[in-house]
Design a protein around this ligand. Sequence first.
Ligand code: HGY
Ligand code: MN
Ligand code: MN
Length: 409
Amino acid sequence: MQDNLRINGDRLSQRLQELAQIGRIAGDGVCRLALSDEDRAGRDRVVGWMRDLGLAVKIDTIGNVVGVRAGREDGPPVMTGSHIDTVRTGGRYDGTLGVLAGLEVIATLNDAEITTKRPVAVAFFTNEEGSRFQPDMFGSLVYTGELPLAVALATKGIDGLTAGDELTRIGYAGPEPVGQPRAHAYVELHVEQGPVLEAGGFRIGAVEGVQGISWSEFTLTGQSNHAGTTPMRMRKDAGYVAAKIAVFARKLAKEIGGYQVATVGALTMSPNLVNVVPNHVVMTVDLRNTDEARLQEAERRLFAYADEIAAAEGVGLTRRTLARFAPVAFTPNLVDRVEAIAKDFGLPVKRLPSGAGHDAQIMAAVCPACMIFVPSVGGISHNVEEYTAPADLAAGADVLLRLVLELAE
Ligand code: HGY
Ligand code: MN
Ligand code: MN
């Protein structure tokens, strides 16, 4: 009976559509920055669905929310989930698919009146994106003990507000100690956010691991001066140094090759006026690679170059690490199961690494963990045009259902 069990794809798409209205932005995108009013509204909606499905909802001191469905026996639940916070130009699937597919698994078990041996839990973690408060995977890092709660609560966001104050303001500073309930295993369904599955005609990704991530913030201090009267040889131009660092980062990624990527995503210049040589720039550089040694080489070369060009231009430079994760490998036998289940369902499946960071890479430190990917049309994500076909959403959720059932028995 359980082999023929499938989720209800329409109900899943319905919920995705409804949640996407919360924080909706032009172009059918979503903006629910972590701990914002929109995040609160999204949280309230998902907690409401959790309660409607009969889950026991627990909120911990960093605002992670876990809905637990009782099993025939007590003990650590099989956990699935993801995040519902988004970047500023977010799509409707990044994170939310994993949470709502988890709820769809619960609804399907309820409809079929199946009680699994182990409890099953659906979680959403606080601030996975790391756009407003760094680092990313914030909530799952606190859940696993890698990021101390006090440090997380004291973290200042890009708007100067602290995570603790914002968490209290939105009413999600929960009573539960972090790290509860300990998971028996963690499985996360997520859109690929890259071009690989679509390009190869694959429907499912059996994710082997997550690449290493290095986020740095550079603060450059020059001298504001008159754009017309200051000879080029007398300038201390922070904007020029920032531009040189950005061009170097791009060249470095090309030279290292392979999976190496480099992104200058955030850059603020002051006084940001047409006729003033900029004296102050804050910029970020995001470096990633599946190979830790190569990632360290990229960091070493970038940092050395930045120091060199800043010194040559008489511009002060300080650097701060915003996030740093080594590559993570998922549990091999779980990756094998994702691949085998997809084949069972007749779904073309490919093993691949994740280019994006996910809560699953953090959970892998405390329990067996894996991820299931479904294709992103055009490989687009962190963009309002993010799209995954309903049939692929349902296929991914069916693979999730089957794996959760296996792990929960
Ligand atoms: O940056 C990332 O990879 C993720 O979206 N937080
Ligand atoms: Mn995500
Ligand atoms: Mn994301």
